[in-house]
Design a protein around this ligand. Sequence first.
Ligand code: ADP
Length: 522
Amino acid sequence: LRKGDVTAEEAIRHADHLPKKLLIDGAWVDAQSGKTMPVVDPRTEEVVLRVAEGDKADVDAAVAAARKAFDHGPWPRMSAKERGRVMYRLADLMERDREELAQLETLDNGKPIFFSRAADVPLSFDHLRYYAGWADKIQGKTIPVDGPYWAYTLHEPLGVVGQIIPWNFPLLMAAWKIAPALACGNTIVLKTAEQTPLTAMKLGQLALEAGLPPGVLNIISGYGPTAGAALVGNPGVDKIAFTGSTEVGRKIAGQVAQSLKPCTLELGGKSPVVVCKDVDIDKAVADTHFALFFNHGQCCAAGSRLYVHEAIYDEFIEKAVKAATTRRVGDPFGDVDQGPQVDQDQYNKILEYIDHGKNEGATLQCGGKARAGKGYYVEPTVFTDVKDSMKISREEIFGPVQCISKWSKMDEDSLKISREEIFGPVQCISKWSKMDEVIQRANNNAYGLAAGVFSNNIDEVNTLSRGIKSGTVWVNCYNLYDSAVPFGGYKDSGLGREKGEYALSNYTQVKAVYQPLVNPAW
Ligand code: ADP
């Protein structure tokens, strides 16, 4: 993989060649209003180009195209193997154009080109391949029943699915959404995030080149309250899948509930990471640094509440601060670890949270402000002595702000019976009460998306992994996103699971068919 060897100008040239329009019924069209919206380069805060701004009329046209493609087109009717082959072709084309996709992603989102190349793009085409393989393996059951009958089930596609995605992993979120929906034979209207429309446009071009029939994948760039809300409210849509903030997810769930459409939601997080005292400190520091700072903290699963055992707390902090201060922040087309945040809103929001942290009495160890000059750059920030009640510990910051607190302070083995050898029939169970306390603190939060456990003790690992209420637990690692493994949230972090075999049920419905047996003896 090449690092930092490309200029933004090259990426802008690729962007200039994109259609910059809406993909409806297999054709690139302007918004019916004629409106366009800006694409801002987060490095310079300047508008690099404009793309069509879709709204209700365009969404309605896209839903009508998807409806026609589902009700009358070949996609749900062709052999499942052939659907898989089209998806494999799309994955191959994404791989062929991987460098262009990576550059577009970095230009649009501000993430370092190294990560676009190493993570976003390969994970995306892998996702298409993974679900291409599922296309011909989606099958029901035969069921023995009472009387002269038998029954079987069909796993049928839902129809037209409306999918709304965020800006933090634009191409990957598009892949997570479209791949299982396509494998199951649905047709799609995808609404991209207003900050990051570019890679989905390239994806749309490649989908047509791969032979996806017109109307199967429609792509609308536009704003949430207009285009997004229109998609959610369109009665021609059979299912909504959303990834984004809990606030918007709640609104969408309310709207969808009235129409009784199925809805999957992948929402925010405030993921706890528990570091036990027997760990290799250097490795745990490196892994927990990655857990939070990967993608500039703009991950719904970011390890944003770090509980470090008091026995190693001081050494851990010293090393965590060193990791943060040596983080290379700069132009994402260069050889850096961190580029700018995605836009002005996110940048302002993160700086506000940093102020809250300072005002609420957490100890600022490093960073704590924006980088001088143009671009939405925020210094890698570490707060320690963070209390669970503080805003920075409760709410999702979505930025490079690490919040560390000490655990086991309150339940130190202060009792004599716990410290000294009794040599009698006296059982002391304090070890597990300590665990209980950190589990309670980890769970004392509205979110439940992911968690990290760092320990070399199998009992601690098991207790923490099972005790923490979250959709994913990473043990002695973090931020693994294999296509085959489900991902989604407990509590306010969402509804349903994406990825893996589990996601197929989001895009199918089960039909039970009874048939008579003329001669039940056979
Ligand atoms: P973030 O805070 O990470 O930007 P949002 O939840 O605001 O997350 O946005 C995620 C996606 O949801 C984007 O595509 C955005 O345009 C869309 N969106 C925002 N508001 C609405 C809404 N009211 N209805 C439908 N989609 C929306």
